[in-house]
Write a protein of this length. Sequence first.
Length: 234
Amino acid sequence: MLPPVLIVEDDTKLARIVKAYLEGADFRTVHASTVCEALQKAETELPLAVVLDLGLPDGSGEELCQSLKELGDFPVIMLTAKSSEDERIAGFALGADDYMVKPASPRELVCRLKAVLKRYAAGSSSVDSISSFNSGALILNSVRHQISRDGHPLSVTPTEFKLLQILATSPGRTFTRDELVSRALGYQFEGYDRSIDAHIKNLRHKIENDPRSPQYLKTVYGVGYLFAGERDAL
């Protein structure tokens, strides 16, 4: 039996609708209406994914997102009334793998959840399971869905892993933001190209010795990003 999708939503009517659509798509679900209840349920049974409302009655949905990410490696889709571009980018910076603005289509939510899980599965089952760069200083393990720096495993989101994997597959090649949105996020919507910047910022803080002077993730101004690591010989 697959783990459940955890729906964190204090609007009972909306939670019932989301639950019905997800279960209609053969997902098992559990529902929590508060930060406390969400953490309890996630600790009891690690979720397959989380659909997270940011406006919760007993605490910050943003802080809950960070706490959930510390429990395990699963995608989080934020479902919220916060609609500005800066707020969306802030959501991605917290580790969200997708972001939907209310009122959101439950059918679209199902499609996005499937897309996020597909990216996660693809990243976990790559044929080229281990890639090593700069004399083993940076290692990507696609079977374990893990990045290690200087021998220490890093905590990364599925989207962060997929993004680095795409860039590291072609060292020295410049990828536009639109390309990275399409390949890492799996869709193309206006304004989502800037979400890539938030993911790159997160990755730099995790894999770079000095995020302000990156060794691996280089900005190509006005275009996008490239990976500058040197692949080790097998």
